[in-house]
Design a protein around this ligand. Structure first.
Ligand SMILES: Nc1ncnc2c1ncn2[C@@H]1O[C@H](COP(=O)(O)OP(=O)(O)OP(=O)(O)O)[C@@H](O)[C@H]1O
Length: 345
């Protein structure tokens, strides 16, 4: 079997802060194949954007990869210099639709000039061919082709977002990283962009790393998923396996917190509390303080992301009670029948 397109292994990322080193990602592992749509879900602050930024070499200055590897087409890239990233990866291989596109366009350059510069560095295409490709993408994202020569300030916020998406896709990259790409867009436009990505997937085996807090979008559009909670991957696997047979309490409670068209009458789950901010080494399950099924062991060490042993070899959960938690949840709701009743000694 060939290498996965992207392989993230045991990745740990920390930010230097006044309060000490904050662990934003702790031991994360997942891989994305050619033509695979992979969703990374989780509440705000779980480490999704940090993971994506590390892949494209865009960590904030106070952030660093503190352990693990990121391989792209088999080559380790976590220590690539800016020059290597620009020359070998960005735009043509991996393109990035950032969470906030508002400041991503150069205000001093027409969009077509920005495209020309990207095209010059990464392809042999003529200027005319680059303009044609950009016009095609403008049509896909619902912008008039004639506006490729506009400056960013001539667009509204939503239009700037669409211009960024056009720039991210016009060179047909192998991997598109999209961080909450559709939050500023209406549903029709979201649908149009996903349809276009699906076409790229069919025609050119384009892969997608889709980052969102909305797991229902991932269940609709992705082949695989990882659900993160406060720096750790709680569960990972094919969308089908994680949807139908979830094992980690955060994964199934998070999933049940969103409406599902297949179960219109279900009450939505509420997860009490907030994810912790983790200073220093992570030495416990980051969900333990919010988990109805947590036992002593969960606070004594961080559970490894182990295979759950079903038909999907990629399906793994980092929970000491992965074998029983979902069954208990289905029988008793979000309470542990083995836990002492309140008021007991
Ligand atoms: N530059 C930074 N300096 C210090 N801490 C940071 C920095 N950037 C992110 N963090 C912290 O790292 C953790 C992970 O943040 P990250 O933005 O990766 O999460 P996220 O899951 O993408 O959240 P959101 O959905 O809100 O974007 C959070 O605790 C956040 O406060």
């Amino acid at each position: 079997m060939s290498d996965p397109l992207l392989e993230v292994e045991d990745l740990t990322i920390r930010y230097e802060t006044d309060g000490g080193d904050l662990t934003a990602v702790s031991g994360a592992s997942f891989s994305i194949d050619d033509g695979e749509f992979f969703g990374l879900a989780g509440e705000s602050g779980s480490g999704k954007s940090t993971t994506a930024k590390a892949i494209i070499g865009g960590l904030d200055d106070n952030g660093r990869v503190d352990g693990g590897t990121i391989r792209y087409r088999g080559e380790e890239i976590q220590d690539f210099t800016e020059k290597q990233l620009n020359k070998q990866l960005r735009w043509k291989e991996i393109s990035w639709i950032p969470q906030s596109s508002m400041n991503s366009l150069d205000p001093l350059q027409r969009v077509s000039e920005q495209a020309a510069e990207i095209g010059r560095v990464h392809t042999d295409l003529s200027n005319e061919a680059i303009r044609e490709k950009l016009k095609e993408m403008f049509a896909v994202v619902g912008l008039q082709e004639s506006r490729i020569d506009d400056y960013p300030h001539q667009f509204s916020g939503g239009m700037q977002q669409r211009a960024i998406i056009a720039l991210a896709l016009f060179l047909e990259p192998s991997l598109v990283i999209a961080d909450e790409p559709t939050t500023a867009l209406d549903v029709i436009m979201q649908d149009q962009i996903f349809k276009y990505l699906d076409r790229m997937k069919d025609d050119a085996e384009t892969s997608l790393l889709l980052i969102t807090h909305d797991i229902s979008v991932i269940f609709e559009s992705c082949d695989s998923v990882a659900i993160m909670h406060a720096s750790q991957i709680a569960e990972r696997g094919s969308t089908e396996a994680v949807h139908d047979n979830p094992r980690h309490p955060y994964a199934f409670m998070f999933k049940e917190a969103f409406p599902d068209i297949r179960e219109p009458d279900r009450d939505l789950e509420v997860i009490d509390g907030y994810p912790p901010e983790l200073i220093g080494e992570v030495t416990a399950c980051s969900f333990a303080d919010r988990c109805p099924w947590a036992v002593e062991e969960c606070r004594e060490s961080a559970p490894p992301l182990d295979p759950v042993g079903d038909d999907d070899a990629t399906h793994a959960a980092s929970c000491f009670r992965a074998d029983e938690a979902y069954e208990l949840y289905e029988k008793h709701g979000a309470t542990d029948p083995a836990a002492p009743e309140q008021g007991d000694d």
